[in-house]
Write a new protein. Structure first.
Length: 242
C-alpha cells in the first residue's frame, strides 16, 4: 500500500522521524516546514495523505485544513497535535481532519493510524458496489456518494468529510437507528481517544444544515438512549395521519 505522503512539521527532528518511518513502510514522502508550504504542496502534488502538525509558522494546521476543505480538496488529513483538550480536537475534526495523534506519540501508533486511514480511503475509492453509483434519497434530502454532494429541497449543502460520511451511511439505511459507537466507527474506526461527543458535534452541525428548525429536528432524529436515525418527515406525517 505505497502512498504519496506530505508531512508538514516545523520540528526538524520530529519531521525526520516521521519521514523515516513512512519511507520504511514504502511510502514516498515530501517534508515541508510551514502551513503555506503545505498548502502549495497539496495543490501541486495531490497526495494520498497529509500528515499535518497543528502548531506551525505562517499558517497553522487548522487553517490549512480549513482552506483545503473550502477548496473541496478531499486529501485525507492526519493531524499531529500537542493540544489534548477535547474541544481543540473536535475543532480539527469539525473542520475536516480525518484523524489525529496527540503528542507525545509512539511511531508505531502513528504508522498504525496511517495504515488504517489509507486502507479506509482507498476502500471507498475502489468500492465496486453498484449501489455506490446511486443517489441516496430520503424525502427531500439527496446524498450523491460519487459526486460527494448533498442537497435538501433542491438547495446544495456544504458538508465536511466527516459529516458526509455520517449522512451517507444513514441515508443508505433510512429509519435505521445508528448507535453513537456505530457512527464513530463510520467516522474514524475504533479510536480510544475520541469520545461520543465527536458524533454529537457532527449531528448538531448537520442539523444546522439540513433542518428547517435545528432545535426541533424532523429529519435527523435522536432516539433517546440508543442513538440517531434519518427519516423522511413527510412520509412520517403521512403514516401518523393514516
Amino acid at each position: 500500500m505505497c502512498a504519496n505522503v506530505i508531512v508538514a512539521e516545523d520540528d526538524e527532528k520530529q519531521a525526520e522521524l516521521v519521514r523515516r518511518y513512512l519511507e520504511h513502510e514504502g511510502h514516498a514522502v515530501r517534508v515541508v516546514g510551514d502551513g503555506l508550504a503545505a498548502l502549495a504542496e497539496v495543490r501541486h502534488r495531490e497526495p494520498d495523505l497529509l500528515v499535518l502538525d497543528v502548531m506551525m509558522p505562517r499558517a497553522d494546521g487548522l487553517d490549512v485544513v480549513r482552506v483545503l476543505r473550502a477548496e473541496n480538496r478531499e486529501v485525507p488529513v492526519l493531524m499531529l497535535t500537542a493540544r489534548s483538550t477535547e474541544d481543540d480536537l473536535l475543532l480539527g475534526l469539525d473542520l475536516g481532519a480525518d484523524d489525529y495523534v496527540t503528542k507525545p506519540y509512539s511511531p508505531r501508533e502513528l504508522m498504525a493510524r496511517v495504515r488504517t486511514l489509507l486502507r479506509r480511503t482507498r476502500r471507498v475509492a475502489t468500492d465496486a458496489d453498484p449501489a455506490a453509483d446511486q443517489v441516496l434519497t430520503v424525502g427531500a434530502l439527496m446524498v450523491d456518494p460519487v459526486r460527494h454532494e448533498v442537497s435538501v429541497e433542491g438547495r446544495f449543502v456544504e458538508c465536511t468529510p466527516g459529516e458526509f460520511r455520517i449522512l451517507a451511511a444513514m441515508a443508505a439505511e433510512p429509519e435505521r437507528v445508528f448507535s453513537r459507537q456505530r457512527l464513530l466507527e463510520e467516522l474514524h474506526g475504533f479510536d480510544r481517544y475520541i469520545s461520543f461527543r465527536t458524533v454529537d458535534v457532527h449531528i448538531m452541525n448537520l442539523r444546522k444544515k439540513i433542518e428547517p428548525a435545528p432545535r426541533r429536528p424532523t429529519r435527523l432524529l435522536t432516539v433517546f438512549g440508543v442513538g440517531y436515525k434519518l427519516t423522511d418527515p413527510v412520509r412520517k406525517a403521512s403514516r401518523a395521519s393514516s
